[in-house]
Design a protein around this ligand. Structure first.
Ligand code: PRP
Length: 199
């Protein structure tokens, strides 16, 4: 997936993803070692699913998980950051050590909303971890305690991140070189990634 004539190329390989995740899993395990109850990792659907699975597998202590899903704000709108919870947590987080798990922090609007919303529920502590951090795109400042990879302002997909619902199960992070080409033919990279590989 690195041929220069293709619309996408590998940005973060499987091996580098594993190394970056192991590094923050160790930091988080150390920081959360004094938790009185297993820390709660809150996966933000749907993009964080692969990251959450590998992160929790790499941690050196017992953890609990739950999921939350929020509606996306309109990218073409006023950037008001108005979002709402469409699937809430099943557990009460009062008194718990909570870590929000994101695949990517971009404008920061989503994480900012989630932090404010979950903080109101009285957790013992509240942190955030992200696989990818596009710092250059930030609209609102937001705390991100753990970040595996800071990336430039490029369109990325794979390892949970999608384009029109596709590419979430690509095992590495791809950078899209020609987004117009992909928009015109959303299956473009699917063919080179899966069809050729399986041929
Ligand atoms: C992505 C990502 C974050 C959010 C980050 O979710 O998972 O939740 O966008 O963007 P922001 O910092 O600009 O708010 P998306 O809406 O694409 O949903 P998905 O995870 O289901 O693909």
């Amino acid at each position: 997936m690195s041929s220069p004539d293709q619309a996408g190329e590998c940005l973060i390989s499987r091996a580098d993803l594993a190394r970056g995740i192991d590094r923050i899993a160790l930091q988080m395990s150390n920081d959360l070692a004094s938790s009185t109850r297993p820390p709660l990792l809150v996966g933000v659907l749907k993009g964080s699913t692969l990251f959450l699975a590998d992160l929790m597998r790499s941690m050196h202590l017992e953890v609990d998980i739950d999921f939350i899903s929020i509606s996306a704000y309109s990218p073409s709108g006023s950037s008001s950051g108005v979002v709402r919870i469409v699937k809430d947590l099943e557990v009460d987080i009062a008194g718990r050590d909570v870590v929000i798990v994101e695949d990517i922090v971009d404008t920061g609007l989503t994480l900012n909303y989630l932090r404010r919303s979950l903080a109101e529920r009285g957790p013992r502590s509240l942190r955030a971890v992200t696989l990818l951090d596009k710092v250059a795109r930030r609209i609102v400042p937001v705390d991100v305690e753990y970040s595996a990879f800071e990336i430039a302002d490029v369109f990325v997909l794979g390892y949970g991140l999608d384009f029109q619902g596709l590419y979430r199960n690509v095992p590495e992070i791809l950078a899209v070189k020609d987004i117009a080409k992909l928009a015109n033919d959303p299956m473009l990279l699917v063919r080179s990634l899966f069809v050729e590989a399986g041929a």
